[in-house]
Design a protein around this ligand. Structure first.
Ligand SMILES: [Ca+2]
Length: 221
């Protein structure tokens, strides 16, 4: 398994605001991709990769993406080209308004399977995490987690793992990985990818898992 650490991949990681205080908690997020030629043989591209993760910890009112919602320009650029901008700027705007607290990113992953990781710090006012990464090449397909809660019964979750599926941003009309760009106007809604690339007899085929794990500071003396 290939693990692309933040430093090795040259990725940036930004925290909002002041130094970490007692009511802040730190987490690692790991996208483990299992999207391979063996699991997804239909038209599987020779140059398969994922963009870096772009994500944020946020309050209940913020959404990076949602089923049946319209993609933001940032999500469109991420899903179509793997571009972190302007999605990073959209998250920074949410941070400025107090809706989000942390922008986190990782470098890309070439040749799945493998794992993308990033860390982030959050607090009581921002107990949800959302993150996305492009499925590439593709028209506008991505994977991600949407509004994953990190608190249950007023306690921070130690670790949680969820299944990652393939989503369609509704912004490009291509039907397979390598199709030429075909901008969808007006935009359609974000939805799970409807094509056969991610289905089999059992239904939707996952593209991996996302695990979010709390990091504990070493005791200092
Ligand atoms: Ca487009």
């Amino acid at each position: 398994m290939k693990t692309f650490a933040l430093a090795a991949a040259g990725a940036a990681m930004l925290f909002a605001g002041a130094a970490q205080s007692a009511d802040q908690v730190e987490y690692q997020i790991a996208f483990q991709s299992s999207w391979t030629a063996q699991s997804h043989p239909l038209d599987y591209p020779s140059n398969a990769h994922h963009s870096g993760i772009v994500g944020t910890a946020h309050n209940h009112g913020y959404s990076l993406f949602a089923d049946a919602a319209t993609a933001t320009p940032g999500l469109e650029a991420l899903a179509e080209r793997g571009a972190h901008s302007p999605l990073d700027a959209e998250i920074n705007q949410a941070i400025a308004k107090g809706a989000a607290i942390a922008l986190f990113e990782s470098g890309p992953l070439f040749g799945p399977p493998g794992t993308l990781t990033a860390t982030f710090t959050t607090d009581d006012a921002h107990p949800f995490v959302s993150a996305v990464a492009m499925i590439a090449p593709s028209p506008d397909w991505f994977t991600g987690i949407d509004n994953l809660p990190l608190k249950h019964d007023d306690e921070w979750v130690e670790t949680v793992t969820v299944t990652l599926f393939a989503w369609d941003a509704g912004t490009d009309s291509g039907t397979t990985y390598a199709d030429a760009d075909a901008d969808t106007m007006p935009r359609q809604n974000v939805r799970l990818v409807a094509g056969q690339h991610f289905f089999d007899d059992g239904g939707l085929k996952p593209v991996g898992t996302a695990t979010v794990t709390r990091l504990h500071k070493q005791a200092s003396n």
